[in-house]
Design a protein around this ligand. Structure first.
Ligand code: FAD
Length: 258
């Protein structure tokens, strides 16, 4: 199939994005357990009666963590609800470990019994329409949303994920009933603002018709991959969502790139 064929096949009817609103609520959570998945990833298990009515409708939803600050004005950072169970009143958040800002250093020190306030999710982007295949691209900060997308996909859905990590031991395994092909791209942390390792891996991937491409990584990386997908691979508008989940050298920064 040529690039033009891809564009024609993909441009027929892009999915429609519905912005679903949720009641914006603050909740107080207690850490039940801290689990080191690998050098690069830390998982915190939270519990709280406040989670009885927690809702998160899309895998790329986010919540705000209010990180305590000596000044009294908390730092706010965004994280993905990786997994939750309202009946059991539990929530899991995975933290990519990097040169610590307030959220990362708080998570690294956190112990069972510690508490934190969260807000949201305030809404979800729900995709409606024909999507035959997902191409999920991201760095460590995107793995929680990618993992959730894979695990929540219905049987018959096919997904390909291309994920950048610092070491082979940072690979994760995902559960789920959909058909999933995973490609791990190992590059040093010092290259986390360099799109080339991911683009080199993407060069080997065929873009199937009716593929929705989801991208989240450092802002410049996400932008470069979005441009590569549209300009080099012929991906038309409406078939992707790209976000800068963090910005090199800019604490607390993130951006939508669509
Ligand atoms: C919608 C959304 C969902 C997200 N979900 C997750 C998630 O589930 N798990 C997760 O780990 N992150 C997630 N992130 C990214 C996370 O919010 C940022 O990495 C955040 O900046 C970390 O906060 P911090 O206080 O540790 O560092 P900051 O104070 O924000 O930054 C301190 C310094 O570290 C740098 N930095 C920030 N993040 C990284 C990084 N990942 N690697 C290397 N350097 C970095 C900054 O450029 C800055 O120079 C998400 C972001 C968004 C927008």
């Amino acid at each position: 199939m040529t690039l033009n064929d891809h564009a024609t096949a993909l441009s027929e009817a892009p999915p429609v994005i519905e912005r679903a609103r949720l009641e914006l609520k603050r909740r107080n959570l207690t850490i039940a357990r801290s689990e080191r998945l690998s050098d690069g990833m830390l998982r915190l298990h939270f519990t709280s009666e406040d989670l009885a009515d927690f809702a998160s409708l899309a895998p790329d939803d986010h919540i705000k963590l209010f990180i305590p600050n000596a000044d009294g004005q908390p730092f706010m950072r965004e994280y993905t609800p990786r997994r939750f169970d309202t009946a059991a009143r539990t929530l899991i958040i995975d933290f990519a470990v990097h040169d610590a800002g307030p959220a990362t250093s708080w998570a690294l020190k956190a112990q069972a019994g510690d508490t934190i306030e969260i807000g949201g999710p305030r809404g979800s982007a729900l995709l409606h329409g024909r999507i035959d295949h997902w191409l999920l691209i991201g760095d460590e900060t995107a793995i929680p949303a990618i993992g959730r997308r894979i695990e929540e996909a219905a049987p018959g859905v096919t997904l390909t994920s291309v994920m950048a990590i610092a070491a082979d031991e940072d690979r994760q395994s995902f559960e789920g009933r959909a058909t999933h092909r995973e490609i791990w791209v190992t590059r040093p942390v010092s290259d986390s603002a360099n799109a080339q390792p991911l683009i080199t891996a993407l060069n080997q991937i065929e873009l199937l018709p009716a593929t929705f491409v989801w991208i989240a990584a450092e802002a410049k990386v996400a932008k470069a991959i979005r441009t590569y997908m549209t300009d080099t691979r012929g991906l038309p508008a409406g078939w992707f969502r790209a976000s800068g989940y963090w910005q090199m050298g800019e604490p607390g920064a993130h951006m939508s790139i669509d």
